[in-house]
Design a protein around this ligand. Structure first.
Ligand SMILES: Nc1nc2c(c(=O)[nH]1)N[C@H]1C(S)=C(S)[C@@H](COP(=O)(O)O)O[C@H]1N2
Ligand SMILES: [Mo]
Length: 347
């Protein structure tokens, strides 16, 4: 984000909505991902459970990623499939599993898009615990199983729009952050929620690197009403599998109407507080990255335009440029959170 600037998008490269839709329909039939999900689950030899056989998206046959901890594996057998209607689902063509898991931003493993997948082999998610602190009635250190076990998992198909002007469509597995927060009983002083990523120099070469620009741990935050919004997800999987390290194992945030950097990975701490937390990107470059970071085609980034995006995967022949939508297309659901706010000031 500071290092690389997306090359400029020429108006001639913008794919018209019609062409985009037609291609989408075509690929949907051909990819076998949206329509063939059930078949691939059955043929992969997985013990399919109550819902696992009807997920809208499954990883390619034979692919196992992420933790295979028995309690987690058994939870993954009853994932409620994404509904057929917006906003928890989109009909847009899914970004292939390969791109979702090999083109990543996770600076703890390095700055290049391929670094997180190639440099995360030493990363361990067991044991894992999450510290809950601040303005809550039930603070403490909870192990991962205690955090996740009470929640039923669901599939959600969301757009992810990075501030660098590329985007993906990702089938997550998770549960609403709001349901988790309620369990800790926030006090009336809990106005903001702050998150931190694990810092493990041993297994995270990006942290050891002398070129690192981030002051670790990576930190992010939400206003409490944003955190409680039903679209805000704690993701523990994608494509029907537990999260690969490079996507933020074992649990990460997904806030689909905000730029991707808000969706912090590999969370070890959740702190409830009265004042707005300082976050990693605001710390680094407050002129360019704001606390709110709502996707907004009307507010340009100082160094590139934000009204278009490259929908991955791109090919040599088609850069797949599509218009960026306000709140990443979730305006109807979230605009009321910001009524009366000047979004060009609170970017
Ligand atoms: N801890 C941590 N979380 C992070 C990042 C990071 O570098 N470190 N990058 C962010 C950015 S810029 C984006 S776009 C998304 C990318 O998520 P994905 O790789 O799963 O697509 O993760 C976000 N979460
Ligand atoms: Mo990003």
């Amino acid at each position: 984000m500071l290092v690389k600037r997306p090359s400029d998008i020429k108006p001639s490269e913008i794919t018209s909505e019609t062409i985009y839709r037609n291609r989408r329909e075509f690929l949907k039939d051909g990819s076998g991902l949206l329509l063939g999900g059930a078949a691939s689950a059955l043929s992969s030899g997985l013990a399919v459970g109550q819902y696992g056989d009807s997920l809208k998206a499954r990883a390619p046959e034979g692919i196992r990623v992420g933790t295979q901890a028995p309690w987690m594996v058994s939870k993954f057998k009853s994932i409620k499939p994404a509904p057929d209607n917006e906003p928890f689902f989109t009909e847009e063509e899914l970004t292939p599993f390969e791109d979702v898991t090999k083109y990543n931003n996770f600076y703890e493993f390095g700055m290049n898009k391929g670094d997180p997948s190639s440099n995360s082999n030493e990363f361990k998610v067991e044991p894992w615990s999450v510290e809950i602190t601040g303005e809550v009635a039930k603070p403490g250190r909870y192990n991962l199983e205690d955090i996740i076990e009470p929640h039923s998992l669901e599939e959600r198909i969301y757009r992810l729009r990075c501030v660098e002007a590329w985007s993906m469509v990702i089938p997550w597995v998770g549960f609403p952050l709001g349901d988790l927060i309620k369990r800790f009983e926030p006090t009336s002083k809990a106005k903001y929620v702050e998150f931190e990523t694990v810092v493990d120099p041993e297994s995270m070469p990006g942290i050891r690197s002398r070129f690192a620009i981030v002051r670790w741990p990576y930190r992010e935050g939400l206003r409490i009403d944003e955190a409680m919004h039903p679209l805000t997800l704690i993701a523990v999987g994608l494509y029907g599998e537990t999260l690969p390290a490079q996507n933020g194992a074992p649990m990460r945030l997904v806030v689909p109407w905000k730029y991707g950097f808000k969706s912090i990975k590999s969370i070890v701490k959740i702190n409830f507080r009265e004042s707005m937390p300082r976050t990693t990107w605001v710390d680094l470059q407050a002129q360019e990255y704001g606390f709110y970071a709502n996707v907004n085609p009307d507010v340009q980034h100082p160094r590139w335009r934000q009204d278009m995006e490259r929908r991955l995967p791109q090919t040599l022949f088609d850069r797949r440029v599509v218009p960026t939508r306000k709140f990443n297309g979730y305006e109807e659901e979230v605009a009321s959170l910001y009524s009366g706010m000047d979004l060009s000031r609170y970017y």
